[in-house]
Every structure is written in C-alpha cells, then in structure tokens.
Write a protein that binds this ligand. Structure first.
Ligand code: EPU
Length: 444
C-alpha cells in the first residue's frame, strides 16, 4: 500500500517542537560499537528506517541488538561477532552502512562490505575511504561489487583527504582506533557528527584528539582498553533547520527545543539575513518568528561550518517566495537540485544550470501533486506545501521516513494541516480536485 502526505498550506504555524537525535551521528556511533567486545547503550536514537537498517547490518555481523521505543535507546552487544560480511541488501538501501568497513577492519583485521554505488543526489564515490585504509596497511580488493579488506597489521600514518569527506573521516577514525601508533587525518571533515563520534570513542577508551577541527590525531590503543558505555547522541541539526524553515516560511512563530545553537550558526545567520527573527531563549531552545516577506540572498553550500548541503533544498524552498533574485550554488553534490521540477509545478520560477540555480521570488506558491526524490528534496516539498495556497500531496514517502522522526505529529504540534493517508483514499482526490474547482484555496 503506498501512502501520501496531504497538506493544506497557507497557515501560520505556531507552537513548540522538540528535535530528535541526529541520524547522521547515531548511525556512526552504532557502527563504532563493533570496536569493543562489550555491551553499549546509546540514547536519543530516533525511530527511523535508517536506524533499523543499521541494526540489521549489525545483526548480520552477529551483534545482538534491541531498540527501546519508549526510552529511545539502542542496546548493542558486540561480544561475539559471527561474520565480517555486510551484504548488498543493506548497503544498497542505506549507503551509511559502508561505515562498518573501518570498524570491522579495526577489530577483525578483515572485512567484506558491499560497495554502495551512486545515489539520486550524486556519484558519491568511496575512493578516499579505500585509499586511507590502504595507507593504514590494509590490502584491498574490489570484486563482484564488494570491498574485501585484509589488514593483519594496521599502522598509524598521515592521511590527507582531497575533500573533507564526512564518511571517509569517520571510517578512517574507526580503523585507526586499534592501529599501532598514531594516525593524523588532515583536511578532515569538521561536522558536529565527527566530534560526537570522537567523544563516543574516547568514552569507550580510545584516544582521539582534534575532532571538530581539520586535523584529527588518533593514537592507537590495545583492544583490551575499549569497553561498552552509555552515551547520548547530539540533536539533529538538519531536522532543527527544517522546523526553523517551516516556521519562517509560513510566517509563523514558535519554539524549537533540544537544539545545539552552535551547530546552526551559519544557517541561522542566513535565515536572519532573509528577515527571520531567531532568539536563543534557553541554552538549547530557539524562538523563531517571521512577519515579513523574506529577502532574496545567495547561498553556497560548503562543508561544515559553511551552509549545509542537507539544508540547501529547504533554503531554496524559502527563497522561491522571497523578494528578489537569489543564486544557489551546490558545491558538494552533482545532482542535488531534484526538488526544482517539483517546486516549478507549484509556480516557483527557478532556472537551473549545472550546480547553480537562479531563483526569482514569486508572490505565492500553489498546491500540487508532488513526488519526493530523496530525503532532503522531500523535506523541501513538505515545506513548500505548507507555504503554498491550497492542497498538495507528496508521495514516495520512504525517502522522508529515512530522516524525519514523527514528521506528521511534530508538524501538527505546530498547527500544520498535514495528514498521512493511503494513496487510494478518496480524500486525496477530493481535496486536490478542490484546488481546481475553487473549493480549495488556490486561485486559478
Ligand atoms: N567524495 C568522494 N570520494 C570519497 C568520499 C566522498 O569523491 O571517498 C565526495 C562525494 O561524492 C561528495 C563529497 O565528497 O561529493 C562529500 O561527501 P561526504 O563523504 O562528505 O558525504 P557522506 O559522508 O557520504 C554525509 C551525510 C550526508 C551529507 C554529507 C555532507 C551521512 C550518513 N550522510 O554523507 O547526509 O550530505 O555527509 O555533509 O552522514 C542526508 O542526511 O540527507 C545526507 C545525504
């Protein structure tokens, strides 16, 4: 049964919402548990399909896992592993599964992990991961779509990344924890999720320094030094950015709780330049409001601490109705403008050339039938539908389910008119028809 979101837009959102744990941090912490032969418990774990897939990957390797929905925690027992193979059935569904490579090589000195291939937003190569592991002493063969890494001995070394890749930095950190001697990763990614992983590893007994800066030094430790821990992951800055955009785009007013404001500085400054009011009312809560038409501005996505690529589609949706012309440059991925044709259906005026998009702000968007092509493009369509006049439907929800826990209840807590319904339901047809015959609010 396929499902759709049905959204009636044009309402000013107001209320409070609390942000869940960071998907892109927690997936890596889960993989890191493989390094210690012990039981680890992680809190603030969002209930998402990506988390379920990572639990299955760990289960396939022989770890015993459980998820407590009430406590929002995972418990992972890695005392005995029974396999070194992470299969295509999981890696193809979630490329972040590739992170188990570094941890398995560290602990078992051998790993066989399916290659993720490209995805909707770009080619997404893993060459830095592979080259880095080779510099640490691993022998790597690529056969039948799998990476087979063998490393009877791992020796610390200097690794320079051509691009500050998040995944490569994390995979190499994990492999270096149990290497002999020190590893220095230069031009490392500086995302908050990397610092979270380093804090987690250090709590387990590892010796990782400098995470959050462009140079990370990992002093190898003996396996006996590592032990299970209890750890709470950081809040999801991309989910926070999504709800901030929803309040701003609907000219609403509300409070976003459980955030780390330091993780959102660049984004917050851009939203303020657009005309939003963002006030830190508690160390972990923003009050957001906007009561004017947004102003156009330019956005260039960059590795952290620059404007996050994962919020580029949300920034674009806001700018579709801003006063003036904006230019958005996507510098991390080749194909991360998948939201553009869908936003055009709603009346947006966007001209795209390669990785640049010229957005001429229009007065208003109108509801339409939309399709999510990937996680963040899907989130941008939810935002655009909330901003638009009339009804919109959004399908292909499995993309959105990967990264937004309780999207519908959280949006409803802010007063949004949003429902998740069975595709075949008559309500969808009736409501969207309402846009056309005037019983919706779209002016045609
Ligand atoms: N790259 C290479 N070779 C490599 C590794 C990366 O060419 O070996 C390139 C990629 O093709 C890409 C760029 O470097 O063009 C950056 O990729 P990076 O490795 O930093 O990204 P990632 O680790 O695959 C994580 C997040 C993404 C987020 C990026 C950038 C996870 C699970 N995913 O991906 O999140 O966009 O960092 O911040 O942590 C999302 O949540 O929707 C999402 C896509």
């Amino acid at each position: 049964m396929t499902e759709k979101l049905i959204i009636s837009g044009g309402k000013h959102l107001s209320g409070e919402v609390s942000i869940s744990g960071a998907k892109n941090a927690v997936l890596k912490l889960m993989a890191a548990t493989l390094l210690a032969k012990d039981v680890t418990k992680i809190y603030n774990v969002p209930e998402l399909t990506d988390v379920t897939i990572m639990l299955s990957v760990l289960g396939q390797l022989g770890a015993k896992t459980s998820y407590d929905k009430v406590e929002k925690s995972v418990t992972i027992d890695t005392r005995e592993l029974t396999s070194i193979v992470a299969g295509y059935e999981f890696v193809s569904r979630m490329r972040a599964s590739f992170i188990v490579l570094g941890a398995l090589v560290g602990r078992c000195r051998e790993a066989i992990v399916a290659l993720p291939g490209g995805c909707a937003i770009g080619e997404r190569r893993v060459d830095f991961h592979i080259r880095g592991l080779e510099s640490l002493g691993a022998t790597i063969k690529i056969e039948n779509g799998y990476v087979h890494a063998q490393a009877p001995r791992l020796e610390g070394t200097d690794i320079y990344l051509d691009i500050p890749s998040v995944g490569a930095t994390e995979n190499l950190m994990l492999a270096a924890v149990l290497a002999d001697g020190s590893t220095r990763i230069q031009n490392a990614a500086q995302e908050p999720e990397i610092a979270d992983l380093a804090n987690f590893l250090n709590a387990m007994g590892a010796d990782v320094n400098g995470a959050g800066s462009s140079e990370i030094i990992i002093n190898g430790v003996k396996p006996e030094k590592l032990h299970g821990i209890e750890y709470t992951t950081i809040p999801d800055r991309i989910e926070a950015g999504t709800y901030m955009a929803a309040l701003i785009g609907t000219k609403g007013k509300g409070i976003i709780r459980n955030i780390n404001p330091a993780h959102l500085t660049f984004y917050t400054s851009k939203l303020t330049q657009m005309g939003a009011k963002i006030k830190l009312i508690e160390p972990t809560a923003f009050e957001i409001s906007c009561n004017q038409r947004l102003k156009a501005l330019n956005i260039v996505t960059q590795p952290y601490p620059g404007f996050p690529t994962d919020l580029q589609s949300l920034g674009m949706a806001l700018l579709t109705v801003a006063d003036g012309v904006s230019i958005i440059t996507e510098s991390l991925y080749e194909n991360r403008f998948m939201q553009v044709p869908e936003l055009r259906k709603m009346g947006a005026d966007i001209h795209q050339e390669r990785n640049h998009a010229l957005v001429k702000g229009v007065e208003r968007l109108s509801g339409a039938n939309l399709r999510a092509s990937d996680l963040r493009a899907g989130a941008a369509l939810v935002l655009a539908a909330l901003m638009a006049d009339g009804y919109s439907t959004i399908d292909n929800l499995h993309h959105i389910d990967r990264g937004y826990e309780l999207l519908v209840p959280k949006m409803r807590a802010l007063g949004a008119d949003i429902e998740r319904i069975n595709d075949e339901s008559d309500i969808v047809a009736d409501k969207v028809r309402g846009n056309l015959n005037g019983t919706g609010t779209t002016k045609i």
